[in-house]
Design a protein around this ligand. Structure first.
Ligand code: HEC
Length: 148
């Protein structure tokens, strides 16, 4: 009897949270300014592995509409765009594009949970090397400075 209540309680909870207006993001705002890619290949790698969080061309899979996962995904997209957004290239005050190659090279990006869900974003070592080079040419790294 108790088990049944726990089950239904959880079900009602899950159904209920679908309606909470937590962290809305504008789905895909218009594209304002795009970078000049060094090659078509770099651009394609970016679409595969980065664009969902760093552009206005986000693909929103079905689970991105289901709470509570949707909250996490929206948060990542919002934060990602805020730091580095190829659909507003050069227009944002905060722009970490010059760190893109480094983030990929040291494995900080793409985020791990994203890679679990997106097999197409996994790159072979050779592809990764090529992509890092492409990012370096498209978004040249800055000299390290004390003021970041
Ligand atoms: C699942 C979403 C997601 C994907 C996919 C993703 N990023 Fe990010 N990215 C984020 C978030 C969230 C942040 C901001 C928080 C942080 O720095 O961890 C971020 C931050 C960054 C930054 C700024 C780092 C800083 O120090 O502020 C760079 C550069 C970056 N990402 C590059 C990339 C590149 C290159 C790819 C593809 C190889 C990629 N990201 C894929 C979500 C993502």
């Amino acid at each position: 009897m108790r088990k049944k209540w726990v089950f239904w309680g959880f079900f009602v909870f899950l159904a209920g949270i679908q309606f909470l207006p937590i962290l809305e993001v504008e789905k895909n705002p218009p594209i304002e300014k795009v970078p000049t890619w060094d090659s078509e290949t770099t651009k394609q790698f970016f679409s595969r592995a980065c664009a969902d969080c760093h552009s206005h061309e986000t693909r929103w899979p079905w689970y991105s509409h289901v709470a509570p996962i949707s909250w996490l995904i929206r948060y990542h997209v919002r934060e990602g765009r805020e730091h580095f957004n190829i659909s507003r290239h050069g227009l944002q005050k905060k722009d970490k594009s010059h760190e893109a190659a480094e983030e990929l090279e040291d494995g900080s990006m793409p985020l791990l949970p994203y890679l679990w869900l997106h097999p197409e974003a996994r790159l072979t070592p050779a592809e990764k090397r090529q992509f890092v080079e492409g990012l370096r040419r498209t978004f040249p790294p800055r000299e390290k400075s004390w003021i970041e």
